[in-house]
Design a binder for this molecule. Structure first.
Ligand code: GLN
Length: 262
């Protein structure tokens, strides 16, 4: 099969087919579009037909190609981690703004989803960010890249997820500034030795909530947190507020969950 034929061979948006082909053939989309006569090797053709089947079954394209763009950079993803969301780029913006202004803020980053930042103590000379539930590492690594003097402690309860954080830290050559810790963030933050700022996009969806079908392919532990979605947030915020070294919290959560910060 040639590229021209492959592009017409599935009931998917052409952009998606181009992205799949581009990953399989390891050429950019412009090249794909300019070479309709290029013959796919047998292996490429096999990969392509498997990828189409997965996509047609509803699997998010990010898992099929193994990456997702976040804040202008491509992050490695697999089924152990949440696919980075555009809304979470809003959390990055909030965190960067908080570094400059040091003021509490609640901003909408998606429908019914907010980023909340709250100062808890003295912010002078803070050089550590703790990213609880690092998953792909998109938050901690992006902040490390945007703030070159910052060190990040990335925590995740899943060792598989932490492997993805590590892989992305290496991809962006910040492994010497990203320390990975395996475990429950609300417990681990009590061991942090220096003043820090807590940034997190924790699981906050109430169990049984209606979600889009894409989400079925993502790890439940990264998404759901009990009846009202507070099983991770509450202990985390309590631990942060009781820890004199935690000088600020910057969280992504639902609008109706933000009162817990008070
Ligand atoms: N920090 C990761 C993200 O924002 C994972 C979040 C999670 O697993 N809840 O994508």
């Amino acid at each position: 099969m040639d590229i021209g034929h492959a592009l017409k061979s599935a009931q998917l948006p052409s952009l998606e087919i181009e992205v799949l082909l581009s990953t399989i053939i390891e050429k950019d989309r412009a090249w794909i579009l300019a070479h309709p006569e290029h013959e796919l090797s047998q292996t490429s053709e096999q990969f392509f037909s498997q990828a189409l089947k997965r996509r047609e079954a509803g699997e998010p394209i990010a898992y099929i190609i193994g990456e997702k763009e976040f804040y202008g950079r491509s992050f490695i993803v697999n089924h152990s981690v949440l696919i980075p969301r555009p809304a979470t780029e809003g959390l990055i913006e909030c965190a960067l703004k908080f570094f400059k202004t040091e003021t509490d803020n609640i901003s909408d980053i998606d429908t019914d989803i907010v980023c909340a930042s709250k100062k808890l103590g003295d912010l002078a000379n803070i050089s550590t960010i703790v990213d609880v539930g690092s998953g792909s590492g998109c938050i901690g690594i992006t902040l490390a890249l945007e703030l070159p003097n910052i060190k990040v402690i990335a925590m995740d309860i899943s060792s598989e997820a932490l492997e993805v954080t590590k892989a992305n830290a290496e991809k962006y050559s910040v492994q010497d500034r990203i320390e990975c810790q395996l475990g429950d963030g609300s417990k681990l933050i009590t061991n942090v030795k220096e003043p820090f700022l807590l940034v997190s996009n924790p699981p906050y969806i109430p169990e049984g909530d209606d979600v889009s079908p894409d989400v079925y392919f993502e790890p439940d532990t990264a998404l759901y947190a009990g009846d009202i979605g507070m099983d991770v947030l509450t202990p985390l915020v309590v631990a942060a507020q009781n820890n004199p070294l935690c000088r600020a919290i910057i969280l992504e959560c639902r609008k109706d969950q933000v009162d817990m910060l008070n």
